[in-house]
Design a binder for this molecule. Structure first.
Ligand SMILES: *[C@@H]1O[C@H](CO)[C@@H](O)[C@H](O)[C@H]1NC(C)=O
Ligand SMILES: *[C@@H]1O[C@H](CO)[C@@H](O)[C@H](O)[C@H]1NC(C)=O
Ligand SMILES: [Ca+2]
Length: 231
């Protein structure tokens, strides 16, 4: 490295550091592809902290060709031994529902239908007021009240692709997710409407402190492909 002769050691280090970054740290966009309906394929997401939370924002980008009227689809499942702590569904009638702690009654929203083009979907909830809202491509739904004073309990597992009726088990092929999922991020607080709009626009927002898609640790099981492309 004759180029570096005469430079201060610190400057040399900085140059080597940035060369290294340029060659190996190209930003890649990763997408999970669930090509077929199964009762075996799923992806477990490893949270950065316990899901012991009194509020959250959950965001993901989804594409599916399972049109409404066909069947229900699980979009997100967090389950402990005892309970479905936090499940998000696209129901067969096309509504979206969140359920907490295996309750029979979820909170239901009418949103634009998912389709073959990616939809940016977020869900926020806050125990103190019970306020829940969805965001579709950065635009907020009306707010509804659900489970005021409740707390999501730790000790479970988070999966995409299947609805577990026991811890990581008892999957139903007719509830499985088929399509693409990317950009799964979760925070243990409610992001503002402006931040969710910025996130949808690709602007900077604080990284998810429960799930951060850029650094997320996942375990793929069955027929799921992790597709990576250059940004
Ligand atoms: C899934 O749905 C199909 C079509 O409605 C049905 O034939 C099949 O029995 C269902 N499978 C299960 C496991 O419920
Ligand atoms: C996954 O599903 C696709 C589409 O049906 C199929 O072609 C492929 O062989 C399957 N791969 C595995 C590993 O089962
Ligand atoms: Ca089920």
């Amino acid at each position: 490295m004759a180029l570096l002769n005469g430079m201060s050691p610190l400057l040399s280090l900085l140059i080597i550091g940035s060369l290294h970054l340029a060659s190996t740290e190209r930003p890649m966009k990763k997408t999970l592809v669930f090509p077929v309906a199964t009762d075996t394929s799923y992806v477990e997401l490893m949270p950065q902290k316990d899901l012991s939370i009194a509020s959250f924002t959950l965001c993901m980008q989804l594409a599916t060709e399972l049109a409404k009227g066909k069947r229900e689809i699980i979009l997100f499942a967090y389950r402990t031994e005892q309970f479905d702590e936090l499940n998000v569904w696209r129901e067969s009638d096309g509504t979206y529902q969140m359920f907490m702690q295996s309750s029979k009654n979820g909170v239901s929203f009418n949103l634009p239908e998912l389709n073959t083009i990616q939809t940016h979907l977020c869900l926020t909830w806050e125990s103190q007021t019970g306020m829940a809202a969805f965001y579709v491509n950065g635009k907020r739904s009306l707010r509804k009240l659900y489970k005021m004073g409740h707390r999501v309990l730790p000790g479970g597992r988070v999966i995409l692709g299947q609805d577990p009726d026991s811890l990581l088990g008892n999957f139903d092929i007719n509830q499985s997710f088929v399509g693409e999922i990317t950009d799964v991020n979760m925070w243990d607080y409610v992001l503002s409407t402006a931040m969710i709009r910025d996130l949808n626009d690709g602007k900077w927002v604080p990284r998810g402190n429960i799930f951060d898609w850029e650094t997320i640790n996942m375990k793929l099981n069955g027929n799921v492909t992790l597709f990576s492309e250059d940004l």
